[in-house]
Design a protein around this ligand. Structure first.
Ligand code: 5AD
Ligand code: FES
Length: 352
């Protein structure tokens, strides 16, 4: 680690912000020492805000049907080898019931952009979950919709929304997505969600095709500006039936490095150690925790649909029942000194 890198890390730990040039320098000067120093500061900050608590979110992948054609994603509409399914309202509610008994107090309903789930149907499901579990947070992750739709879902009882920005650089965005999608609409969605009172989650893949250090610096600046309540980052992992099949995967090291930087930029951010991180390394999620993450998202989807929701190749937890996934993560977290708690896990105020 050179003197300038060390100086920037100390500045980030003190001020919780850097210039764009500062972020780019950090991204370009990642090595074992700089990663260790960032992780040390990030875990100190994480412990000040959240102690050793780990929040769990029960992930319910309720539809693998998607009208979009994102070049990186295994669920893209042009992938005709993907098996498509849709869970019924009853199946979704039995997932949340099971999750509640296991101790989950947040449910993430995630799916492709599936037109069948129009506002009436989705609001009905959100209302039903809300009525059955009034003490739980409901998080939606169903992509880009009209402002009016977000407003109705919020009224129906949704509290949080995950919509990764994917990249904060419009040209890079255009290389990852079909022309039918736009960076501007993505941003419109994120600002609408915030405006409507959702806790909002953004995020990007690490090592996505064509990504440069300048792009990552732009992502960090965006996170710094937007101050999302949540930020999901994980390595890009190629899916064999997409145009990016032969692109290299992102790395564990760079993902952990960025987790630490993001924790320092925005201390109260809810930062998951993602399934993708657990997929590229058998101890990826533990290493993510040790870099500053504070959330894990065990899979609550019925086991018979798990293998049909493949965004990338090699995804872990395919055969594991919800209870096994939950237990597995509890043990994994304990082994590195962190503790899964039964809590909605709302963002805490930063402690100076
Ligand atoms: N590798 C890693 N992450 C992916 N995602 C989609 N496809 C891949 C992939 N091949 C991420 C995107 C999306 C989230 C649900 O999953 O960032 O927003
Ligand atoms: Fe799913 Fe370990 S988290 S089996």
């Amino acid at each position: 680690m050179d003197a300038r890198t060390k100086e920037l890390i100390e500045e980030l730990a003190q001020e919780h912000t850097l210039s764009a040039g500062g972020y780019e320098h950090l991204v370009r000067h990642q090595d074992e020492q700089s990663a260790a120093l960032l992780a040390e500061h990030a875990t100190a900050v994480r412990k000040r805000v959240y102690g050793t608590d780990v929040y769990v979110r029960g992930l319910i992948e309720f539809s693998s049907i998607c009208k979009n054609d994102c070049l990186y994603c295994g669920l893209r509409a042009s992938n005709h080898s993907c098996q498509r399914y849709r869970l019924s309202r009853e199946q979704i509610l039995s997932c949340t019931d099971l999750g509640y008994d296991l101790g989950f107090r947040t449910f993430v309903l995630q799916g492709g952009e599936d037109g069948w789930f129009d506002d009436d149907r989705l609001c009905d499901i959100v209302q039903a979950v809300r009525a059955q579990h009034p003490d739980c947070a409901i998080t939606l992750s169903v992509g880009e919709r009209q402002r009016e739709s977000y407003a109705r879902l919020r009224e129906a009882g949704a509290d949080r929304y995950l919509l990764r920005h994917e990249t904060a650089d419009p040209d890079h965005y255009a290389r990852l997505h079909p022309t039918s999608m736009s960076f501007d609409n993505r941003m419109r969605c994120l600002y609408d969600l915030r405006d409507l009172g959702y806790a909002v989650g953004v995020g990007m893949m690490v090592g996505s095709p064509y990504q440069t250090p300048a792009h990552l610096a732009r992502d960090l600046e965006f996170i710094d500006e937007f101050k999302p309540e949540m930020c999901g980052i994980g390595p890009f992992i190629p899916h064999h039936a997409t145009p990016f099949a032969s692109m290299p995967a992102g790395t564990l090291e760079q993902t952990c490095y960025l987790l630490s930087i993001i924790r320092l930029i925005h201390p109260p951010v809810l930062l998951p150690a993602t399934t993708a991180l657990g997929t590229i390394d058998p101890f990826g999620r533990e290493k993510g925790m040790l870099a500053g993450a504070n959330v894990v998202m065990p899979n609550l989807s019925p086991t018979d649909v798990r293998s049909k929701y493949l965004l990338y190749d090699g995804k872990i937890c395919m055969g594991d029942e919800a209870a096994e996934c939950h237990r597995c993560l509890e043990l994994r977290m304990e082994r590195v000194g962190y503790h899964v708690v039964v809590d909605r896990g709302d963002p805490k105020a930063a402690i100076a």
